[in-house]
Design a protein around this ligand. Structure first.
Ligand SMILES: [Fe+2]
Length: 373
């Protein structure tokens, strides 16, 4: 028995106007300082004039539980009927955890697991409005919280923390700075490829991954050159959420396992770090899932396509200004070597190892880390 899980998705221009139809009494808006300063929260509020709002705007990048837990008492006193995440993966993931803790104050945040029935939605519901096109968090049932002490990221997962609604309004990503646009879009492209080749792939996740590739590849290139192109922004935004639906319903692979590890140790943006490993991981997996990689490669428009998917990816990453080798990121050979053991052991703990199509032992992982430098 398999499932395909998805929020209700509202997409396209002016999709924020859907908020008013929900009749929201009280909303906790979860966001960060930059998004609030860019007027995004005001834009959301303007679309629900009758809603009383409490705004939490101090979500940091890569939040730890300690960063968000201080808000819980205020939230409980406010008694919202909706949580609205406005932001990238950090704000959406934080909203998922705040929503969970508001619903279940009797449980700890690490009790979020797919194995336990949480019985949420007794008091409130969850809306995600992404302001990046990449993490797919608006469509997933996972939340990533950084464990600062252990220098790793904990991935908490339960179908019950999947948002009820994902609102994909291209106006919310139109002014996203170039670096973030490229990094998050690289993450989305990696989600589509890894979702498609995960051991747990299935017909529904496949369909999402194929369409995501079709939408993401041309739009990532267009948006990196012309950030104001609203049609391409819209395609990238929809493609990124489809890639999120794909991997959320099938799982990820080694580019994420290795990328999480690199990102945690060297504080490199998630999309940039997973993208660096993508060509190398495709080469490692190629003999196992050749047909699937070839099929994805054929989806890439001819003008960007190379004979094999790893080469196409290298070409696309370079075209949009993304690093394809770790040596290009400023990490010295020496420092990289000193951290090798730690890099390998962190990567080995990731779920991406389990669902990657080809088994990788410690030596394989080390080789990939070496080759990617
Ligand atoms: Fe990712």
């Amino acid at each position: 028995m398999w499932y395909f899980r998805s929020p209700e998705i509202i997409f396209g221009e002016e999709s924020l106007s859907y908020l008013e139809t929900l009749g929201i009494g009280k909303a906790v808006i979860v966001t960060d300082k930059n998004i609030a300063a860019a007027g995004m929260v005001d834009r959301v509020k303007a679309n629900m004039p009758d809603t009383e709002c409490m705004v939490i705007d101090d979500i940091p990048e890569e939040p730890r539980y300690a960063d968000i837990a201080g808000h819980l008492d205020k939230i409980d006193a406010f008694a919202p009927d909706y949580f609205i995440a406005v932001g990238g993966g950090s704000s959406i993931d934080s909203a998922k955890i705040l929503f969970f803790k508001h619903e279940r104050p009797d449980l700890e945040f690490y009790d979020v697991t797919p194995l336990v029935k949480l019985n949420l939605r007794k008091k409130s519901r969850l809306i995600a409005i992404p302001t990046t096109s990449g993490t797919g968090s608006e469509c997933t049932w996972a939340a990533v919280i950084t464990d600062e002490k252990e220098k790793r990221k904990d991935e908490l997962a339960s179908p019950e923390i999947m948002p009820d609604y994902a609102i994909l309004d291209p106006e919310m990503v139109k002014t996203l700075p170039k670096t973030q646009t490229i990094n998050t879009a690289t993450d989305a492209m990696t989600h589509a490829i890894e979702g498609y080749t995960s051991r747990w792939n299935n017909p529904y996740s496949d369909a999402m991954a194929e369409k995501a590739m079709e939408l993401i590849v041309p739009s990532i290139i267009e948006v990196s050159a012309h950030p104001d192109n609203i049609d391409s922004r819209n395609s990238l935004h929809i493609g990124a959420s489809m890639a999120g639906l794909s991997f959320s319903n099938s799982q990820i692979g080694l580019a994420h396992a290795l990328g999480h590890s690199l990102g945690a140790i060297f504080h490199i943006a998630h999309g940039k770090s997973v993208g660096i490993f993508l060509p190398e991981v495709i080469r490692f997996n190629y003999s196992t899932v050749k047909e699937r990689y070839d099929r994805l490669n054929r989806i890439i428009p001819e003008k960007y396509r190379k004979p094999t998917l790893d080469q196409s990816m290298e070409f696309i990453l370079k075209t949009i200004g993304q690093n394809t080798k770790i040596s290009e990121t400023g990490i010295s050979r020496e420092l990289y070597g000193q951290n090798m053991e730690n890099l390998i052991s962190l990567a080995a703990e990731s779920t991406g190892i389990i669902t990657n199509p080809r088994d990788a032992n410690m030596k394989d992982i080390k080789n990939m880390f070496e080759n990617a430098y």
